[in-house]
Design a protein. Sequence first.
Length: 87
Amino acid sequence: NGFDGVLRSKGVVWIAGIHESSFMWNQAGDAMGIEDGGAWLHGSEDPSNWPSDTPQEYRSAPYGDRRQELVFIGKNLKAAKVRKHLN
């Protein structure tokens, strides 16, 4: 499968249809979990109140800070295969 060689993966995900909350993706070996990651800034805070270290691209993006941001750590990973299995 596309995840052969993945030892660990983690990050933040935006799940379709759930616009208020982010989710934290955590995987190590055979253990996998997705947990509540708290509210996105976009839609819950006025951009002028966002933390000063929030990247400018999030402030002006149509969906603000909502995003998919995953890291895969492993051995002999094939990035194209991993991406294909995520879609």
